[in-house]
Design a protein around this ligand. Structure first.
Ligand SMILES: [Zn+2]
Length: 451
């Protein structure tokens, strides 16, 4: 996901003096956030600061130190994350099998070693439903959509009314670009059991079904592009050419080439927001598919290229790390690679660093889609860029690639950071803050060059 250039300009101007804080949010691992107000809503912790309202998963919360009486009315209206609720869930089937392969696979799952789960179960041919679903789950987490379909599809014969089985097939076909199959399985899953994540994915597909009838599509060696009207065929081809150029550059930079075809959806601005339910300040979205608003575009502009490069980095990172990386690092690297410069804006970051009010990275590990306003989103983007730039510049990009590769092997971020950079997240936050303050001191009153 990326913020629109126009939204950024607006945001930058708003960075002002810091208000006095009221509540203190204490995070697991020791970070703290001083804010005007903090509250919990379902699985998210929300806190309001001058630039807007931010949120993070309750799993990162230690406690909220309140200094004022809570008043529901002051909550920022309509701040919910309309994105895909649950990427994937897994429930062991009741008929637990205790074959050696299954026992070994469950132990591997407990260690978070998805590859070992696949290895343990790939050897067996006659699999029970539990074994097939566990194998399917592991392959989906490893983003091997085609193999996951092969692993679970045979169970449709005897288990066609299994909601999870149909959901797995729907999700895989979504990422493989097989919309009709995906709709059929997701609809079937919902008939059996209602689930907000499944419903969201189905509706996202249904809201783009017009592309099949009124639009067109085109393919290159790495991309499948769908667009909303034949008039955009030439623009779509130009965007494909631009994407292929970026693909070559990024494959060289990451020393990695994504194995799967990347789906790209081009629509008008109206359809873009309707399909993705993204906040108004968004300029592109990547949920495994890249969604781009092209309303009014005749040629590929510099801004359009910037957005495409940014979203493509997300595809590289998602496949390279199997989705096992914090959101701030995903966004930060995307901005770093596309040469984002937030000179002016970083004045706000430096001011927050001086007040020790940078958002702890744990508070930036969730979809930025939940930010209602561009200002609060830009704070999150800005800090993500500073942290990612700091890592990329510390020992060079190849060392960052090594970190990404170990995330792809299933290593937890904290462990990978310790192994590669000999520091933990708290130390990283401290170093990023020190880096910002040093830059602020070197350029008093001026914008700060991140790199
Ligand atoms: Zn992004």
């Amino acid at each position: 996901m990326i913020a629109r250039a126009a939204a950024i300009a607006g945001a930058v101007l708003l960075g002002a003096a810091l208000p006095t804080s009221a509540d203190i949010v204490h995070l697991r691992g020791g970070g703290r956030i001083e804010c005007l107000e903090a509250w919990i809503d379902q699985s998210m912790v929300y806190y309001r600061i001058a630039e807007g309202t931010l949120a993070f998963p309750i799993a990162s919360l230690d406690r909220i130190e309140k200094t004022a009486v809570e008043d529901a009315a002051t909550h920022a209206p309509g701040l919910t994350d309309p994105g895909i609720q649950s990427e994937i869930r897994w429930e062991p089937s009741l008929s637990v099998t205790d074959t050696p392969a299954y026992t070994e696979a469950r132990a591997a799952l407990g260690r978070g070693d998805l590859r070992a789960v696949v290895e343990a179960l790939s050897g067996t041919t006659q699999r029970s439903l539990s074994e097939g679903m566990l194998l399917g789950f592991a392959l989906i987490k490893l983003q091997r959509w085609g193999k996951a379909v092969t692993a679970v599809e045979p169970f449709l014969v005897d288990h066609e009314s299994d909601a999870l089985l149909n959901y797995y097939l729907g999700l895989c076909h979504y990422h493989l670009g097989h919309d009709e199959h995906a709709v059929r399985f997701l609809r079937r899953s919902l008939e059996i059991e209602e689930d907000p994540g499944v419903r969201d994915l189905l509706e996202r597909l249904q809201r783009q079904s017009f592309l099949v009838t009124s639009g067109g599509s085109s393919r290159t060696s790495h991309f499948m592009i769908k667009y909303d009207s034949p008039q955009n065929a030439r623009l779509a081809q130009q965007m494909l050419d631009s994407l292929e150029r970026s693909f070559t550059d990024q494959a060289r930079l990451f020393s990695y080439s994504p194995p799967d075809e990347i789906q790209v959806i081009l629509t008008s601005r109206h359809h873009f927001y309707d399909i993705t339910r993204a906040p108004e300040w968004t300029g592109g979205i990547n949920d495994g598919r890249i969604y781009l608003p092209i309303g009014g575009l005749e040629e590929v502009t510099e801004e359009a290229e910037r957005v495409m490069r940014h979203e493509l980095v997300h595809s590289f990172l998602r496949m390279m790390t199997k989705g096992n990386l914090p959101v701030w690092l995903n966004e930060g690297i995307s901005m770093y690679v596309t040469g984002e410069e937030l000179d002016d804006y970083t004045r706000v970051l430096a001011a927050r660093a001086q007040e020790n009010q940078l958002v702890p990275l744990a508070g930036l590990d969730h979809s930025f889609k939940g930010y209602a306003g561009a200002e609060s989103a830009e704070l999150a983007y800005g800090e993500s860029l500073v942290a990612a730039s700091y890592l990329a510049n510390l020992y060079g990009f190849e060392e960052l690639n090594r970190l990404l590769r170990s995330l792809g092997e299933g290593t937890h971020f904290d462990d990978a950071l310790r192994q590669r950079y000999k520091m933990d997240v708290i130390e990283l936050e401290r170093n990023v803050r020190a880096h910002l303050l040093k830059e602020a001191a070197r350029h008093p009153g001026e914008g700060i060059r991140i790199r």
